[in-house]
Design a protein around this ligand. Structure first.
Ligand code: PXP
Length: 239
């Protein structure tokens, strides 16, 4: 494993704040801790229903904290407009369903999708690195590549949810093969969703892995050990 970047998703700091609609816990404070504890990027998913991260979280973190911001967003005009205004360093395009508790798998990528291709082109043209959240399947990866994405974020939820060593090994192999294709296409390789302190190491060891985006497990652990320790422990694990 070389230097793998750690993107720390702080959505659930905002989830807790939204439970009371108060000012705390503050995402700006969380972002500062992430950057000073080994996190390379702060990740935020601005959902269309604004259930956790608000537009003001994105704007304030951009303005008040120095560091890389990675925005996860649905590939829709509303979000494209916000991204072009706030200018995160990178964007990951994700599918978004109305009643899901969390992202359900990678983008549906079949053949040419003019709308998606246009959003990728516009964001890329503005100097924002674009990744596409994809299941570890060759067709999806090639489609994202053909549409001009710079990076693929492999969806690790099937691996994370795999029950038993045999099934987990099978899902890991799918990720390894998909990672090989991503590198063959000379794209950046990212992965995330459902990764935790127990299952992360084999994913970090995938050849050519550039970045892991992790949220729920880090924020959950931070309740007991603090965010600084939770981020630092994860960073050490993936190196
Ligand atoms: N990557 C993507 C594309 C996601 O949508 C999410 C969840 O917002 C994550 C990574 C982080 O997943 P988790 O919170 O399960 O670590």
């Amino acid at each position: 494993m070389g230097h793998i970047k750690l993107g720390v998703n702080i959505d659930h700091v905002a989830t807790l704040r939204e439970a009371r609609k108060e000012k705390n816990p503050d995402t700006v404070e969380a972002a500062r801790v992430v950057y000073t504890s080994g996190g390379d990027m702060v990740v935020m998913h601005l959902r269309q229903d604004r259930r956790h991260i608000q537009d003001s979280d994105l704007e304030r973190v951009r303005k008040e904290v120095k560091g890389m911001i990675h925005l996860e967003m649905a590939a829709v005009p509303e979000m494209e407009k916000i991204a072009l205004k706030v200018r995160p360093d990178s964007v990951c395009l994700v599918p978004e369903g109305p009643n899901e508790v969390t992202t359900q798998g990678g983008m549906q990528l079949t053949g040419k999708q003019a709308g998606l291709e246009k959003i990728i082109r516009n964001l890329s043209g503005a100097g924002i690195e674009v990744s596409v959240f994809a299941d570890p399947e060759p067709g999806a990866i090639r489609a994202a590549h053909n549409m001009g994405a710079d990076a693929i974020e492999l969806c690790t939820s099937a691996y994370s949810q795999a029950w038993g060593k045999k099934l987990q090994a099978k899902e890991l192999e799918r990720l390894q093969l998909a990672g090989f294709l991503v590198k063959e296409l000379e794209m950046e390789l990212h992965a995330g969703h459902g990764l935790d302190y127990y299952n992360v190491v084999p994913v970090a060891r995938i050849e050519g892995m550039d970045c892991l985006n992790i949220g729920y497990s880090i924020i959950s652990r931070s309740m007991f050990v603090g965010l600084k320790t939770a981020v630092g422990e994860m960073k050490r694990l993936i190196q």
